[in-house]
Design a binder for this molecule. Structure first.
Ligand code: PMT
Length: 399
């Protein structure tokens, strides 16, 4: 993977600017060093402070800003960028680019830079179809500008059609996915992610902590490696990564059933889900009234999905995750042996820096003969390194 590509994200004034922080984060997840330039109208939709917090760098806004120029001046910024991505790019901004205007910082940088220029348009469908916009785009394409999107669907103005900004993970994948070897092309991966929910009654239940971020990052990275992915997810509020088939489940038993419906042809199974080990023996059809001062809940053990996959007659390469709060690696290695799996990924879930919900994580990958620590980094980057290890072992087992 190409690390630290220097990407300048330009944000112009459209409603799709709300997607730009996500794009910045996804580019950074893929190892890019990102700086942000916002036009004046972009600041009407989203604050520079948000972009500063996400990118970790001051946001550049004005051409004639003495303070900014004393940091990284606009010409220096133009030289620094290896790629300039304008997302969202309005019809007006595309017109300015086509006519070579340089009346603000972003247009000036585009003229002053030798970087690859990428435009992700976002506008009302009529504006997109307008011959002037299309001619302007033709001009840009002739000059070597790359256009990503727009996508089709419901628009902020209430109309339906072409004009939505392409989703951030699709843009990031298109821009920075190239460097990843497609070493899982044709390989079928089944992944579980997120928590499970074991109902007690219609309003209450037992669950495990998990935002789904680790499992979804792994699915996204596996997709970048060219794999065919089925992501079986418990209840989470995350978007499905590009190229990934998602199956939503609620309970541990639903997850068990979904896994076994799709595991027959799988080459690799990765269990990232935080599966509830127990479920209530009885689910009350009605909301249980709080009449008594105390109550007892009888629980029964859930089947172990990971172990059941490893015990199949012709099992896929099977990887588990161990969520631990103490003796992390020792406990993980015990699970590796007890569940009879090929690999376990140990992570610490204790404390604020723990694996739950954070964008970054630190893991150690254990196999029968090896323990490989991977330092703290974004869950996407961790996933890329984890998949590299999985690929090498899987290829070794399947020459
Ligand atoms: O989702 P995030 O907020 O990003 O957090 C990520 C994570 C901490 C949830 C993730 O990195 C992680 O550690 N996932 C495993 C959580 C877990 O249930 O760990 P465990 O040690 O209890 O289970 C070990 C393995 O057995 C896991 O692969 C689990 O999916 C599997 N298991 C457990 C119980 C069960 N009944 N069936 C299973 O398959």
């Amino acid at each position: 993977m190409r690390k630290n590509k220097q990407v300048l994200v330009g944000i112009t004034g459209g409603i799709a600017a709300y997607k730009s922080p996500d794009l910045v984060r996804r580019l950074m997840d893929r190892g890019a060093d990102v700086r942000v330039v916002m036009t004046e109208s972009a600041c009407e939709f989203i604050t520079p402070l948000t972009l500063q917090a996400v990118s970790g760098h001051p946001v550049h806004q004005h051409l004639l800003d003495a303070e900014a120029e004393s940091g990284m001046g606009h010409i220096e910024l133009a030289r620094w960028a290896e790629m300039i991505v304008i997302a969202p790019s309005t019809a007006n901004f595309i017109a300015k680019m086509a006519t070579g205007k340089a009346d603000d910082l972003l247009t000036t940088l585009i003229l002053a830079s030798k970087a690859e220029i990428v435009v992700a348009p976002a506008m009302n469908r009529q504006m997109w179809q307008n011959p002037t916009t299309q001619e302007n785009l033709e001009t840009l394409i002739e000059r070597g500008v790359r256009i990503i999107g727009p996508a089709e669907g419901g628009q902020a103005c209430g109309e339906i059609g072409l004009g939505r900004m392409t989703e951030p993970d699709e843009i990031a994948q298109e821009l920075l996915g190239d460097g990843i070897p497609k070493s899982l092309t044709g390989v079928r991966v089944v992944l579980t992610a997120g928590p499970t929910w074991e109902a007690i009654d219609p309003v209450r239940g037992i669950t495990n902590r998990s935002s789904g971020k680790m499992g979804f990052a792994l699915a996204e990275a596996a997709s970048d490696f060219g794999a065919e992915i089925i992501l079986i997810s418990g209840p989470v509020s995350l978007e499905t990564p590009q190229g990934v088939e998602r199956i939503n489940v609620v309970s541990s038993q639903d997850m068990f059933t979904a896994v076994h419906e799709h595991i027959t042809n799988a080459d690799i199974f990765i269990g990232v889900a935080a599966v509830s080990d127990y479920r209530p023996v009885m689910i009350s059809e009605q909301k249980i009234k709080k009449v008594e001062d105390s109550m007892e809940l009888k629980l029964v053990r859930n089947p172990d999905i990971l172990r059941s996959v490893a015990e199949l007659e012709d099992p896929p390469f099977t990887v588990g995750f161990a969520a631990e709060t103490e003796c992390i690696d020792e406990n993980a290695r015990i699970k590796l042996t007890n569940k009879r799996i090929d690999m376990i990924v140990a992570n610490n879930v204790a404390g604020e820096e723990g694996a739950f919900d954070n964008d970054c994580n630190q893991i150690t990958v254990h196999t029968e003969n090896q323990s490989i620590p991977i330092e703290r980094k974004s869950k996407y980057q961790l996933s890329v390194e984890l998949l590299e290890i999985i690929v090498s072992l899987w290829e070794h087992n399947n020459p």
